[in-house]
Write a protein that binds this ligand. Sequence first.
Ligand code: SAM
Length: 472
Amino acid sequence: MYNKASLKAEEFISHEEITATLAYAEENKENLALIDEILDKAELCKGLDHREASVLLACEDPERIARMYTMAEKLKKKFYGNRIVMFAPLYLSNYCVNGCVYCPYHLKNTHIARKKLTQEEIVKEVTALQDMGHKRLAIEAGEDPVNNPIEYILECIKTIYSIKHKNGAIRRVNVNIAATTVENYRKLKDAGIGTYILFQETYHKESYEKLHPTGPKHSYAYHTEAMDRAMEGGIDDVGLGVLFGLELYKYEFAGLLMHAEHLEAVHGVGPHTISVPRIKRADDIDPSAFDNGISDEIFAKLCALIRISVPYTGMIISTRESKEVREKVIRLGVSQISGASKTSVGGYSEPEPEEENSEQFDVSDKRTLDEVVRWLMEFGYIPSFCTACYREGRTGDRFMSLCKSGQIQNCCHPNALMTLKEYLMDYASEETKKIGEALIAAELSNIPKDKVREVCEDHLKKIEEGIRDFRF
Ligand code: SAM
């Protein structure tokens, strides 16, 4: 039976509730009075539940869809301003004992190059990432208790935080590793991680079991209940995600929102971020073998609806998406993007020889970080390398209340400008620097509090003199 406060996967992601939700959405998809009522509610910025949001997803009325997009843009501006947080993935190891049928790291793949970074190689990778200007990483690894035990992951995190090359530093390490125990989550928390990210892949239990036929990831309950264990282990920023293309997108969307509602009901705080990956071509993986791929149009609608359903949750788009798609969805509510990503193990310090492919998937957006930063600024965004919130203890519900209070403009906005300034001073090309300096000068006036603006101006001068790492 459906119970969002239950700790059992099959009760908080109830198949019956999702099926009933989809039937309700289908019945009401032309009920314009109800749709307008839901849209009016969304306008209040308090979010929507999975049933309400599913009705909007089913709605095909062009006028209402246009209103959804306009509202998503409005909410995005209200809660995230024009800042886009930058990060890069760092693949530590592609050894994996699972049998995920969409992922080239699956155990039976004998021709992919298996690699695991040594601590010396991590120094090289992180130095290369710092030299690009990155300050925030998401570490990625396959699941393999022998090759990638938790001790290895912890050692890697320690190494990453210890590297200080020129003015570089990695100030926040997010972690995307397989579901694990409360004890291991506590160890990750103690190692100073930012967000724990785990994609559900699919909320449909039967499909989940077929798509993960072997290995520890086969257990739907263990995987789906992972965020509860992470929170029990003290991690209060968790990142959800669905791999779109595996199952029907309407099913996944309802499941995703039910998962967010569950976290809020049990832990008093929803997910910190939601990722929206789509299946990509990879070593022995052909995305067309999966029947549920979604068009760019549906993808944009999903992004807009996530934005208005969970207005305080960040949304992440990776380089799985092309420049064109990113351009479209950033406006609709994305708050974080990766730049200049490599999905191979060891790909940042040295290009991988062709016969040695260790990539997890093909990257669509292959631009350099400097190009991505410039592109963002050219269409009115502030690329932010800020990591202040979690370093100041503003995680979980403390971050959410900052977001809800609207004080973010006095905090995240100047932090974005100061970290952008660091980037411009240390890593940007001349052209990017010119555009960035003009943007910072113009954006200073958007800091509401005079005192905060003055302090920010003073810090910007000090950054020019060589001092680093200011934050509000
Ligand atoms: N092994 C961990 C796990 O099982 O959660 C870490 C995750 S893996 C390194 C990162 C994510 O990449 C997966 O959760 C999956 O959603 C995504 N992924 C796997 N194969 C993919 C593909 N062919 N195209 C796009 N994304 C893929």
